[in-house]
Design a protein around this ligand. Structure first.
Ligand code: NDP
Length: 448
């Protein structure tokens, strides 16, 4: 038996890598992790977590205005970006410490540097040290994709958005997906003039059309601009430091910041995959089987680098399943069916299962139940914003095949509704459940 330095060497200490390493170590494996940036990965350091904190901060803009209708005189309000940014970063640092501690408490060795694969059982660290391992797990995530055109380097991505010195007065966001819509809401609530520029006229393509239309309508009503069916031609810097943007088929625009939110690509360049003969796909994603194993027996990959489903909880499940399979003696695969997801836009939206369109194409005979309502808080606040909940039911057996919601707290409600869809419950099961009154969620058990 060859003598390896470690049982497992994980490259990348993000959501998937940390879970896999910690659980493998708990199963008795000798584990090391290499991380070139901060322990925690995209989600904790420059993604979901700090983004959600900014979303919380952004909500106050409307809450402070609405407070007046609820009897509160607050006086003049002012938003201090630097204060929020620094508080968010302090918490990111705290979480980075907790993740590091978790690994250390499980006796996982952390190398705070880049690692490159130099063989089926070998990695070389940035300092030249060669380390061997029985298994290598690649969990390096993805990086923002920036379209290639003259001046694109003058833009930023969500990575930099968390660290801006000051809030841009005018911001152009490229893309129509998760990050574009979430940051459009954030910047808008903080007082920036926001314009979303998208190559098609479709926002959030994977979500139900009714919700997407509602988000667009509310976003326009709030004052967010949209330029659809356009691409970037050129960005140049003006003398005052602002940016001059030339778009295809639209007037030129001057803005203070362009942020690209045009998808994320697996971070496989420079990883040394060719040294071990690891196969990759069209956009550089690592190809794996249902156990997250690559074509090289000793090398596995989990999370965004495999481009299966780019969501943190999925990467965590893949990391857990890897550890159970390889070190726990309990082979496990991940169930990718019925994954709920949410967009933390203003208002947020969430979905699970088939959209109405998908269900019509797949099942043919469906029933769509829907509640289009004004949340009580919005009524008192004098806001016209309406929520929309949809339930898609298979007409042949009453089974719920999809639930979709847009409105305050939709992601919180969706997490519970997703259990019902995953469990295969029927519309009648919802009807049989007594409402909690008055709530927004009760709409789901009162659908007619
Ligand atoms: P998305 O895939 O959500 O959206 C990308 C957008 O950019 C789409 O509108 C797409 O258009 C457009 N686009 C893609 N390529 C180009 C290009 N070359 N030129 C111009 N436009 C382009 O990606 P995001 O960057 O918003 O987010 C990345 C991933 O991170 C998400 O897919 C999601 O999995 C995850 N994420 C999840 C969050 C959550 O769970 N709340 C929050 C943030 C990110 P088209 O529709 O035509 O392809």
């Amino acid at each position: 038996m060859p003598n390896y330095d470690y049982d497992l060497f994980t490259i990348g200490a993000g959501s998937g890598g940390v879970r896999a390493s910690r659980v493998s170590a708990a199963y008795g494996a000798k584990v090391a992790v290499a991380e070139e940036y901060r322990v925690g990965g995209t989600c904790v350091i420059r993604g979901c977590v700090p983004k959600k904190m900014l979303v919380y901060g952004a909500h106050f803009a409307e809450d402070l205005v609405d407070a007046k209708q609820f009897g509160w005189d607050i006086g003049e309000t002012k938003f201090d970006w630097a204060r929020l940014r620094d508080h968010v970063q302090n918490d990111v640092t705290r979480l980075n410490g907790l993740y590091t501690e978790t690994l250390e408490n499980h006796d996982v060795t952390i190398f705070h540097e880049r690692a490159e694969i130099t063989g089926a059982h070998e990695v070389t660290l940035a300092n030249g040290k060669i380390v061997t391992a029985k298994h290598i797990l690649i969990a390096v995530g993805a990086r923002p994709l920036v379209p290639d055109f003259p001046g694109s380097e003058l833009g930023i991505t969500s990575n930099e958005a968390f660290h801006l010195d000051e809030l841009p007065k005018r911001v152009m966001i490229a893309g129509g997906g998760y990050i574009a819509n979430e940051f459009a809401g954030i910047f808008h609530e903080f007082g920036s003039k926001v314009c979303i520029v998208n190559r098609s006229d479709q926002l959030l393509r994977s979500y139900d059309q009714g919700l997407r239309d509602r988000l667009l309508q509310i976003s326009l009503m709030k004052g967010i601009d949209f330029h659809f069916n356009t691409t970037f031609k050129n960005i140049t810097k003006n003398d005052d430091g602002s940016l001059h943007v030339e778009l295809d088929g639209h007037d030129d625009m001057d803005v203070d910041c362009v942020m690209f939110a045009t998808g994320r690509a697996p971070l496989t360049e420079g990883l040394g995959l060719e040294n071990a003969g690891v196969e990759t796909g069209k956009i550089g994603e690592i190809l794996v089987n249902e156990y997250s194993q690559t074509n090289v027996d000793s090398i596995y990959a989990v999370g965004d680098v495999t481009n299966r489903v780019q969501l943190t909880p999925v990467a965590i499940r893949e990391g857990q399943a890897f550890a159970d399979t390889v070190f726990g003696g309990n082979p496990k695969t991940v169930d990718y069916g019925c994954i709920p997801s949410a967009v933390f836009s203003h208002p947020p939206l969430a979905g699970v299962g088939m959209t109405e369109g998908e269900a019509r194409n797949k099942l043919g005979s469906i029933k769509v139940y829907q509640s289009d309502f004004r949340p009580m808080k919005n009524v008192v606040a004098g806001r016209s914003e309406r929520g929309l909940y949809k339930m898609i039911v298979d007409d042949t057996n009453d089974k719920i095949v999809g639930i979709h919601m847009i409105g305050p707290e939709a992601p919180e409600i969706m997490q519970m509704a997703a259990v019902a869809v995953k469990a295969g419950l029927t519309k009648s099961d919802f009807d049989d459940t007594v409402a909690i009154h008055p709530t927004m969620a009760e709409e789901m058990v009162l659908l007619k």
